[in-house]
Design a protein around this ligand. Sequence first.
Ligand SMILES: *Cc1c(COP(=O)(O)O)cnc(C)c1O
Length: 383
Amino acid sequence: MSDNSFVFSQKPITIESGAGVYLTSDDGTDYLDFGASYACTPTGHCHPDVVEAVQEQAAELLFVQGSYPVSAREELHAKLGALAPGDLEKVWLCNSGTEANEAALKFARSATGGTKIVAAKRAFHGRTAGALSATWKPKYKTPFEPLLEDVEFVAYGDEVELADAVDDDTAAVILEPIQGEGGVHPAPDGYLEAAREITEETETALVFDEIQTGLGRTGETWACEHEGVVPDILTAAKGVASGLPMGATLCADWIAESAGPHGSTFSGNPLVCAAAGATLEVLAEEDLAANAAAVGDYLREELAASDLPIREIRGQGLMLGLEVKRGANRVLRDLALEHQILALPAGRSVVRLLPPLVLKESHVDELLEALTEMLAPTADSQS
Ligand SMILES: *Cc1c(COP(=O)(O)O)cnc(C)c1O
């Protein structure tokens, strides 16, 4: 077996298959998946409609360059355009989240003529040079510096700092409506609206990175819809093709018209477009945003009503962060190895839940039972 541990630390479970909210390991153990591999499988693992669409497209045509229209891509463009908030109907497709943000920053610079980028402390936007420049954590950046110059970081949620940072040379303000990797921090009420007003005044492009929050996860198709704020550019990725690699940059006309030259060989490749088209259909048909809202509320209420040692519950819908007193990694290890439940960290003290959006209340009950056994005050505090 090849050793990839210089990039990925390896988990002690080998996964062979998946169905719905479960993953199955090579020894036949089922794991309840509360992480969905960072929100990448909103429709659940191997949703039959997605699998069928991929199989059909694979037999038909695997690839043709982006300059030839193909129906899988044309249909996806139409679906994404229809789903976009406001008038963000121009769609650029790529292969990952960081590329979607890379395009967003390039388009913003080209369309505004400005250079400066304003991002938030704790932000995560990806790991290619441009997106990494707008990412906060020094650990991810320091070994690769110098990155883009002219990036200013402001405290997330502070309208005054944001207004001070944005000037006539600012090309983009890039924000996650709920910061994910940074610890699951929702924008305070009115912050996105304020960002909209500030950027309008200076003709700066407002970019919402909805790579983690998008596609129904927070209870609306896009998290910005809760606040009724429409950006100039919105980026999506992660779950958009149910785990096949795809990113999307949705743009207003004024951005698209002056976006400048950009491209990518695999952009809008038919196979992934077919998976994404089927994913969007499942999201609509099964009303997964509404399910995320309902099951997310149930999860939140049950956690709040419990006497578990959780300092704070943050997030919305099925994007929740639990600030735990014991280190998150210990909780996650015990959940996986003792209770066969998989979840994610967000920093050292936050357990992050991003389950498939097909999750049911009975799965929440399973998680609650496991957490109670592990963490409740009556449990052996030495274990
Ligand atoms: C995961 C993520 C990215 C980067 O996506 P990749 O596909 O890993 O490049 C960017 N922004 C946010 C908010 C993310 O959650």
